[in-house]
Design a protein around this ligand. Sequence first.
Ligand SMILES: [Zn+2]
Length: 85
Amino acid sequence: MKDHENQNCYYCGGERFEERRVRYIYNRDENNLFVPDMPADVCLNCGMVYYHGPALLKVEQRFKAIYQNKEKPDRYTTLPVMDYV
Ligand SMILES: [Zn+2]
């Protein structure tokens, strides 16, 4: 995803964002990885969430490692959980 920094919100044209931790579920091929504290920028006007490129990459790598049985999830509820640190 393109870095929106110094740009307006793609949806509403808003200029103000706030960094928050949001709930994110990565899924591919019917497999899921739940990240309860994913860092993202949220548009203060419309609430659109912009995930950070490096964070998305990190989750994707962790997802692959877990499903290739190279790593274990941090927790497991109904979905495997990755704590974003
Ligand atoms: Zn917006």
